[in-house]
Design a protein around this ligand. Structure first.
Ligand SMILES: [Zn+2]
Length: 161
């Protein structure tokens, strides 16, 4: 069932401690170190895929819930203030430590609102310390504090203080 796959050799530097750990693991499993490395890499890629899939599912769930809630409040006369407006967008931004301005080379969609971000437009790429689903958002969805941090106008004000 395994389809023949083209294999390439990847050279990479790793810290001595990591190399020792990999060798110890390989010894314990009685397999070559390269097998251990390949298995770990394949697992990591699968994990990222799974996490991405889950994030998409969560976004869809949130959208469904919001839609249901909106049609319910439309039926039930005046809109109540009990809806937590920030609950929905928080999950996709979990783990983001900053936003990097990014001039788009192609059309993309905003991770938060799903609106098209056309090529040539400034968008913001969420940066993480650890691997996670990509976060790319437009101006409109940039959290307030981050929007302030990247406005040159604001920065100049700070310099004058
Ligand atoms: Zn957006």
């Amino acid at each position: 069932m395994t389809k023949p796959r083209k294999e390439k050799v990847l050279h990479t530097r790793v810290p001595v401690v990591l190399e020792e750990e990999l060798k110890r693991l390989a010894n314990a499993l009685r397999v070559p170190v390269s097998n251990v490395v390949r298995t770990i890499l394949e697992d990591a890629v699968q994990t990222v895929d799974a996490v991405q899939g889950r994030a998409e599912d969560e976004l869809r769930d949130v959208a469904d819930r919001l839609h249901a809630r909106r049609s319910r409040s439309r039926d039930a006369a005046p809109a109540t203030q009990t809806e937590p407006p920030l609950a929905a967008p928080v999950a996709p931004l979990a783990g983001i430590i900053g936003y990097q301005p990014l001039l788009l080379a192609r059309d993309e969609t905003c991770t938060l609102c799903g609106k098209v971000l056309p090529a040539g437009q400034q968008s913001y790429l969420g940066g993480r310390e650890v691997v996670g689903p990509r976060v790319l958002i437009g101006d409109a969805c940039l959290p307030f504090s981050a929007a302030q941090a990247v406005k040159p106008q604001e920065r100049e004000d700070h310099d004058n203080e």
